[in-house]
Design a protein around this ligand. Structure first.
Ligand SMILES: [Zn+2]
Ligand SMILES: [Zn+2]
Length: 458
């Protein structure tokens, strides 16, 4: 359709240089008409768009300039990307030190060389201050048109709102923002999260623009437990948190003392939907990528976790609206060809790859389950930045195995679960037999996670 429009425009361009109107009439080309397209070019079919909502660059503590990172994502089949640097957007003036970097010099020099090789001397802007070189970071508005193509690739404006409470790092992403959201602080972990969530939603209302707030990596330093955010109030919709984060420093799988991020999801869903009468909490998989010059386990690379969003349009607002509706699933390698979550049914069909085996697990909590949390006092030893031992006392809360249990397993490439009415919610996770390429943890296999189906009262 775009080609056709271009063709017609070219014909009109030629006609403009012709002296007689008769020529145009002979060609059968209209000389004037309403200012509109043929009505089809801007109305695509609903389809899935691949994107990452958590990405760092030289604007904060990533190890490469945003243009190189955008290039990586675009070349790897992503259709949208959110740069989410710590408490900064890609706007205004910022210079990145090349000779006195905060990261290892060889990493910075590698990124700098790649940058100049890819974009050339006349794109890269440098200055020297007190004998030290600095590179001027390009703003999103400066570089976005190098990459953005209709129905192919776009950016959404974002930020990782980087807050803390006492010793607990509390990070949250604002997606499709207009303005920077400064960390709001608070009187507890939960209060801090709530204040930042409220700030993003205030901005969304102020600009009448859809925005997503997601709580990031609760298991980064085990800073945030399920009990810290299962009471979050989302007055304008549902909640979101990262169930998978590709950062090497995030313990997605938990340990003897701490729940995995995925089990936190079950605790939060069970309590919110089954006990508090609160709204849905959707799960999000992200890269949280920082490193693009060193690769492998132990580093924090792109390409580990993403979301697939169902939308007719690839525009920032439409993608954000679809995420807000829960029209997306998470993946670390498994692609779904069909997905239905609703009307008391979850049905999945996997885009199967030859030689691989798949298992679909339907995970949920029954209404009869005991949802009581039992606090347990524990002591852990950590080392501070000087290497001194610190003994931390903390309370962890345990729940019954009935919270988030496997209700049905299907081996194969398609599966469905019909709710009986006894469940609070059900969700599907799909597990492939293939080890993930460059996983955040040794031995992780490719997976996908659907959003939960809330089961109505019977
Ligand atoms: Zn973070
Ligand atoms: Zn991050």
């Amino acid at each position: 359709m775009q080609l056709k429009a271009l063709y017609v425009a070219t014909i009109f361009g030629l006609l403009a240089s012709c002296s007689t109107l008769a020529v145009a009439q002979d060609l059968g080309v209209p000389t004037a008409g309403p200012l509109s397209s043929d009505g089809l070019a801007f109305q695509g079919e609903e389809r899935w768009w691949k994107g990452n909502t958590h990405t760092h660059t030289w604007w904060s503590d990533g190890d490469a300039p945003p243009e190189l990172i955008a290039d990586w994502y675009k070349k790897h089949g992503y259709e949208f990307l959110v740069f989410s640097d710590h408490n900064i957007m890609q706007s205004g003036q910022k210079w990145y030190p090349i000779d006195e970097p905060t990261r290892p010099l060889e990493q910075v020099q590698a990124a700098y060389k790649n940058y100049v090789d890819a974009f050339g001397d006349d794109w890269v802007e440098e200055r020297t201050v007190n004998g030290k070189r600095e590179v001027k970071l390009k703003t999103l508005s400066e570089f976005r048109s190098l990459f953005e193509v209709a129905d192919n690739f776009i950016f959404l404006v974002g930020e990782e709102i980087t807050d803390s409470f006492q010793r607990h790092p509390i990070h949250m992403n604002g997606v499709n923002l207009v303005e920077l959201v400064p960390p709001q602080g608070g009187s507890s972990i939960g209060d801090t999260i709530q204040n930042n969530l409220d700030a993003v939603m205030r901005q969304s209302e102020e600009y009448r623009q859809p925005m997503v707030f997601h709580l990031n990596h609760p298991n980064f330093h085990y800073a945030v437990a399920a009990e810290d955010f299962f009471h979050l109030e989302h007055e304008t919709g549902d909640g979101f948190f990262e169930i998978y984060n590709g950062h090497a420093g995030v313990d997605n799988h938990g340990d003897d003392l701490h729940e995995s991020s995925e089990r936190m999801w079950d605790i939060v869903l069970s309590k919110r939907l089954g006990e508090f009468g609160m709204s849905m909490m959707y799960g999000v998989a992200v890269d949280d990528s920082h490193e693009y010059t060193r690769w492998g386990i132990g580093t924090t690379n792109p390409g580990r976790g993403w979301i697939m969003v169902k939308s007719k349009w690839l525009t920032p607002n439409k993608i954000t609206e679809a995420i807000k509706r829960g029209d997306f699933y998470n993946s670390t390698g498994v692609t779904l060809s069909q997905l239905h979550v609703g009307d008391g049914l979850i049905a999945v069909e996997i885009e199967a790859e030859p030689g691989l085996e798949y298992r679909v697990e339907f995970v949920g909590t029954l209404k009869s389950a005991d949802l009581t949390g039992r606090p347990e006092r524990s002591e852990t030893t950590e080392h501070d930045h000087r290497g001194n031992e610190e003994h931390l006392h903390q309370v962890v809360t345990r729940y019954s195995d009935e919270v988030g249990k496997i209700l049905k397993t299907v081996n194969g490439t398609s599966a469905e679960y019909v709710a009986t009415g006894d469940e609070i919610y059900v969700r599907a996770r799909i597990i492939s037999s293939r080890i993930q390429n460059n996983p955040f943890a040794e031995g992780d296999v490719e997976m996908a996670w659907t959003q939960p189906l809330q089961v109505q009262q019977n």
